[in-house]
Write a protein that binds this ligand. Structure first.
Ligand SMILES: Nc1ncnc2c1ncn2[C@@H]1O[C@H](COP(=O)(O)OP(=O)(O)OP(=O)(O)O)[C@@H](O)[C@H]1O
Length: 743
């Protein structure tokens, strides 16, 4: 690889030690200098060990893989053996080289003998891809399916592709996946990678998860709210399904086979999980296939974006071939680093290896995220800039170097007073678990390197794992789902109990939406709301639209709100230009109807323009085409759900006055997000103590209107309302809960 000494300001001396001194955002025209003194800690780093193939359990009764199996294998069920003839030999060879392979028989035996197994194995040892296949091949799934849960969509879909390839079948046949708004499965599917949220949703229609004989809860250390809901429910389900046949009685559970639960992670408080499941068996898979050498900086790096930029170019200049994965907390930092790398990369000499930058964050649509898995063109080094979306489970081919800034964004419930509050994203230091997972993204196809932009002491002082989401996030949607299952959040057997304040807030929201009555019992409206894959306020809006005859328009608006990226492209420096370009879409009532105007205009353009033409139109209008195309997909799926529920999704399409019914429907769902104008020009929440301002990106930012409703509050220097519409006061008074108050 050509050296890049010609790059302005870069020194190529290998041991250039200097204290890091820069602050603030990267300055693009400042010369780039290497500034880290790296400390190699791989030899004594406790959590990432060199290859030692070994399997152990803490209990005396556990056998390791060298011992003969006690029980003969069960015969493989129909639908499993047919795949073997077309299995790719090189993939089969790779499977056999994984550390977990030597423990295969022991793992199968332990899972066969125990209702719940906690399996801990280093990153890359083969847990997620192999254990489900071992169980299927050994017949442990019987005639049922194996569900493997993942906290994130991208992991579920990419793992399903890999395992389908290992099984020699097409995706959606023996191996499939199911994530929100996307599914690939069939009657033949035996292993299904699912997001934890999707499995919780399945509970609503099938409370005993009767289609599954094994549920593997992967990356359980993340303790997402949905994982915790699932873990609690699996315990209840096992109590019903796993009793001896003669004690089951004649109910539907009598026909079901026992449910096996496997809890997996590389970084888990195993004892805590084991205790929760009545001393469940713990199995450790030791050893990793390829070593990862870990470096820490000798001093802290307050400007982590700048530090990442320097480290990337140190690697690019000095290190052999191999792609780079950089972990950053959020989209803004990713965009900033993207620009900086681009700028310096453009100064590389013509014969130097080029840089292909691939951003990766949740707001990118799945098709865009999938691009990170494609190989870089020859003569280029791929540099992926990712949030913690790429932290667990996934294998990104080609990644040899990881740069870990040590930062992440965490959702946290900000309570202003009992019963009111909102979730906001805060940047914070990561945990040891995250650091280990991030390092584990290297060393999956060969040896790897991880450059941590924090000191070894900082690593040792990090908490082992993050606080469970159930202790720090809004519980509205989960509470509604539990109510549909006839369960109470307050009574369910959770590993960690939620905060009382958060529970009160969720109960209050559901009561205001009409999902619960004043005895906290589920109403028919609440049950209807839970059937839509939408947050309760949006589901309430959709249901209101069916009564108000504007379902078609409301579906359009909700689809854009449910897309993972924002519709409007607003950079700080071009905000006025963007506002000018989009002026023609602006609706006097605010952002929701403006969104509707944009989608209608986009549909007109879609009808007459090529893909390139549409993209160019979006660029000129400062609109995010990815958001619009994703919204179109979501809309199609919501229409299907509506049709399934007997609601005509076309209601209101093309008819006259759209403004009044659409705003009324939005008020029904966003009733808790109402604020009144104050004499000083700010707005005061009607159902909370917060003083809010309209976000500068809103079409109402410089207007003073008496009453607003909004999609969300965000907390930066102050509390801002985003996605705002002006509504007449009379619309608020029409909401049943207000009528009850005044009546
Ligand atoms: N898509 C893929 N392309 C290439 N190799 C892959 C792919 N997926 C998995 N592998 C190989 O299989 C190995 C095991 O992956 P697997 O996800 O099963 O490990 P794991 O123990 O679950 O790791 P983690 O704890 O990081 O999720 C990887 O290290 C890699 O070598």
């Amino acid at each position: 690889m050509a050296k890049i000494a010609a790059l302005k300001g870069i020194s190529n001396s290998p041991h250039h030690r200097r204290r890091h001194s820069s602050h603030g955002t990267p300055q693009h025209n400042r010369p780039l200098k290497r500034e880290h003194a790296w400390q190699d800690v791989s030899d004594d780093d406790m959590e990432v060990k060199r290859s030692k193939k070994h399997l152990s359990t803490p209990s005396k009764s556990g056998r390791n893989s060298d011992q003969p199996r006690k029980k003969p294998r069960l015969s493989a069920p129909a639908g499993t053996s047919h795949a073997s003839s077309s299995k790719d030999p090189s993939l089969q060879k790779q499977r056999k080289e994984l550390p977990i392979y030597t423990g295969k028989d022991a793992i199968v035996d332990i899972i066969r003998q125990n209702d719940v197994t906690v399996l801990i194995g280093e990153t890359g040892s083969g847990k997620t891809t192999q254990v489900p296949q071992y169980l299927l091949e050994a017949g442990l799934a019987g005639s049922g399916m194996i569900a493997v849960t993942q906290p994130r969509k991208v992991a579920a879909t990419s793992l399903a592709s890999r395992v389908a390839a290992e099984q020699g079948t097409s995706l959606g046949a023996v191996v499939g996946y199911s994530v929100r708004f996307d599914e690939a499965s069939s009657a033949d599917t035996r292993i299904k990678y699912v997001t934890d949220g999707m499995l919780v949703r399945e509970l609503l229609g099938d409370p005993l998860l009767s289609r599954y004989s094994v549920v593997v809860v992967d990356e359980a250390h993340e303790r997402t709210l949905r994982t915790d809901l699932l873990i609690a429910n699996l315990k209840t389900i096992q109590k019903i399904r796993n009793v001896p046949t003669d004690a089951k009685g004649k109910g539907s559970a009598a026909k079901l086979m026992p449910l096996k639960v496997v809890i997996m992670s590389a970084t888990l408080e195993a004892e805590k999980f084991s205790k929760f499941y009545n001393k469940a068996k713990i199995v450790y898979v030791k050893g990793r296939q390829h070593p990862v050498t870990i470096y820490h900086t000798s001093t802290g790096q307050p400007d982590y974006v700048d530090a990442a930029l320097r480290t990337f170019f140190q690697i690019h200049t000095d290190k052999p071939k191999g792609d780079v994965l950089i972990f950053l907390p959020g989209q803004e930092d990713i965009e900033s680093l993207d620009k900086s790398i681009q700028l310096y990369a453009n100064q590389l000499p013509k014969d130097a290896c080029g840089v292909l930058i691939c951003p990766m964050y949740a707001a990118l649509p799945p098709s865009q995220q999938a691009k990170i898995f494609s190989p870089a063109p020859s003569g280029m080094r791929k540099c992926i800039l990712a949030t913690n979306i790429a932290e667990t489970s996934i294998t990104i081919p080609g990644i040899k170097y990881v740069i870990d800034t040590g930062k992440c964004k965490e959702k946290r419930y900000v309570a202003r007073q009992a019963g009111t509050g909102f979730d906001t994203l805060l940047t914070r230091d990561i945990t040891q678990s995250s650091a280990v997972q991030r390092a584990g993204r290297a060393g999956r196809e060969g040896s790897g390197f991880c450059f941590r932009l924090y000191t070894e002491d900082a690593f040792r002082n990090m908490p082992l794992t993050a606080e469970p989401e159930i202790r720090r996030c809004t519980l509205t949607s989960s509470l509604l789902q539990l109510k549909c299952l006839g369960q109470d959040l307050e009574e369910l057997d959770f590993m960690d109990k939620p905060d009382e304040e958060t529970v009160v807030s969720a109960l209050k929201t559901l009561f205001l939406l009409g999902a619960l009555d004043n005895r906290k019992a589920l109403t028919p409206l609440g049950r209807q709301m839970a059937a839509f894959p939408l947050e309760p306020p949006l589901a309430r809006t959709l249901i209101a639209s069916t009564e108000l005859g504007c379902t078609s328009d409301v579906l359009t608006i909700l689809s854009v709100l449910s897309a993972s990226s924002h519709l409007f492209v607003d950079t700080h420096d071009a905000r006025d230009v963007a506002a000018d370009a989009r002026r023609k879409f602006r609706h006097p009532a605010g952002d929701h109807l403006t969104v509707l105007n944009v989608v209608r205009a986009y549909e007109d353009v879609t009808a007459g323009e090529s893909k390139a033409g549409r993209r160019e139109w979006c660029r000129r209008m400062f609109l995010n085409e990815r958001c619009l195309s994703e919204a179109a997909n979501i809309r199609a799926q919501l229409r299907d759900v509506c049709a399934h529920m007997g609601v005509d999704p076309r209601t209101g399409a093309g008819s006259g006055d759209r403004e009044v019914p659409v705003l009324k429907a939005l008020v029904r769902g966003l009733v808790q997000n109402t604020a009144f104008l104050q004499p000083d020009g700010s707005y005061k929440q009607v159902m909370g103590p917060s003083i809010v301002k309209i976000h500068p990106s809103s079409s109402l930012a410089d207007k003073k209107v008496p009453v607003i409703i909004y999609d969300e509050l965000i907390y930066t220097t102050q509390v801002y309302a985003r996605g705002v519409s002006a509504v007449p006061r009379s619309f608020i008074a029409e909401v049943p809960v207000f009528q009850q108050r005044t009546g």
